[in-house]
Design a binder for this molecule. Structure first.
Ligand SMILES: Cc1cc2nc3c(=O)[nH]c(=O)nc-3n(C[C@H](O)[C@H](O)[C@H](O)COP(=O)(O)OP(=O)(O)OC[C@H]3O[C@@H](n4cnc5c(N)ncnc54)[C@H](O)[C@@H]3O)c2cc1C
Length: 386
């Protein structure tokens, strides 16, 4: 699919299925699977999976454009549709041919979903403290534990579970688990404050047994770090999409609102605010695309998997998510003030956009955690500083 064509397809889907349906998408109704099936019918589901595995093989730069376009209409839909990139990129690079054939290809063919189960309540962002265990029993691996948050698990085709190796407490595994494996219980779906068309679950694993060949190659925590590079950049791209929508919603409101006998659009304070938004949006877009290009450069190498392992968490992924989260929040917060009291009601969409924006600085590492990571990986080693 050529570039303009894929973007036109996404725009068509977003306008048809998402735009103007804010109340429904914000209602925490059943996860809107028919909606996501209609996205799959466009041929774009899991757009990043390689052509060898039956996908379109679109790069992360294209992914940024797609995620931002979807998020303009609904960030929850964008998040649902791109978050399998975290799971599938671990399988793509570290899963071996057999796992790709058996799990990745059918996922792409069916337009399905994959989910990653990393986070746990007590460990928080210190993932080295997770207590979910993986023990070897003959030719099998058996998983036990509880995972606090995992998006899409309720309807995913397969999961990748991050666990501590029971026979080696300093070792961590990433294990591919078909969703229909006995022993997986969805405890609850979280009543989240934003992204309410997505579905994030708390999940228990009890005696979940899979073949030992389902263990991905390498240290599970390192593989997770690698997988998070793409999804963090796409989370940043959702901030970009939401910010563009906020700008447009402000312009629509200002045309109908009169201040001192003139439309708000003619007001100098309003003009300065919108000029500031546009500057911020422009830099967010440039930054997301630059980070995606840096990622794509590594992904294009024949030894991409090894190179990503060497690099670990990419500086651009961390800084772009932090920058877009903080800038997007400034934009959404300033914009919500512009609506006066209406901005504090469910009648104006700005409240939804503000709540949706909040996730960018929380999910896949809050800013305190990411600042700490940037410091230890990219400030302490003098050679890594910009
Ligand atoms: C909608 C949603 C979807 C999610 N989807 C998934 C998913 O699919 N898979 C998955 O595995 N997880 C998922 N998560 C989990 C998410 O990634 C984590 O919630 C997030 O990374 C924050 O981690 P935490 O909840 O452990 O909080 P913590 O990181 O423990 O943070 C709690 C507090 O401790 C502080 N803190 C923590 N570390 C530091 C530090 N080093 N320095 C200073 N302060 C610190 C924080 O600033 C914060 O104030 C999801 C969460 C949500 C809300």
């Amino acid at each position: 699919m050529k570039q303009p064509e894929y973007l036109r397809t996404v725009q068509g889907f977003a306008r048809r299925e998402l735009l103007g349906k804010d109340a429904y998408l914000d209602s925490l109704a059943e996860a809107p699977l028919p909606l996501y099936r209609r996205f799959a019918a466009t041929g774009l589901a899991n757009w990043w999976v390689s052509e060898e595995s039956g996908g379109l093989g679109l790069g992360l730069e294209e992914g940024v454009r797609i995620a931002a376009e979807l998020a303009y209409s609904d960030a929850g839909a964008a998040f649902t549709l791109f978050i399998p990139v975290l799971t599938t990129s671990m399988v793509q690079w570290y899963g071996g041919e057999e796992l790709r054939e058996r799990h990745l290809k059918p996922l792409v063919a069916g337009g399905g979903f994959a989910a990653t189960l990393g986070s746990e309540h007590a460990a928080g962002s210190e993932l080295a403290r997770i207590t979910t265990t993986a023990r070897r029993e003959g030719d099998a691996v058996v998983l036990d534990g509880r995972k606090a948050f995992s998006t899409n698990t309720g309807f995913a085709d397969f999961l990748v579970v991050i666990a501590r190796a029971q026979d080696d407490p300093s070792g961590y595994l990433a294990v591919l688990v078909p969703r229909d494996t006995p022993g997986i219980t969805v405890d609850k779906r979280w009543d989240v404050i934003g992204l309410r068309s997505s579905a994030t679950y708390q999940v228990s694993l009890s005696g979940v047994r899979v073949p030992a060949g389902n263990v991905l190659r390498g240290n599970g925590l390192r593989l997770l770090e690698v997988g998070l590079n793409a999804s963090r950049i796409l989370i940043a791209a959702t901030a970009l999409g939401i910010a563009r929508r906020v700008r447009d919603v402000c312009m629509e409101y200002a045309r109908t609102k009169s201040v001192k006998g003139a439309p708000l659009t003619a007001n100098a304070v309003f003009a300065a605010r919108l000029g500031q938004f546009e500057m911020q949006i422009e830099v967010m877009a440039t930054q997301c695309l630059a980070a995606a290009r840096a990622y794509d450069e590594i992904a294009a190498r024949p030894d991409a998997g090894e190179e990503f392992l060497r690099a670990g968490t990419l500086k651009q992924a961390l800084t772009t998510k932090m920058f877009c989260g903080q800038t997007g929040w400034q934009i959404a917060s300033t914009a919500s003030e512009m609506f006066g009291g209406l901005g504090y009601t469910h009648d104006a969409v700005i409240g939804k956009l503000l709540r949706d924006m909040r996730y960018v600085s929380i999910v896949e590492g809050g800013d305190d955690v990411l600042r700490d990571l940037v410091f230890s990986r990219y400030v302490v080693p003098v050679s890594k500083r910009s």
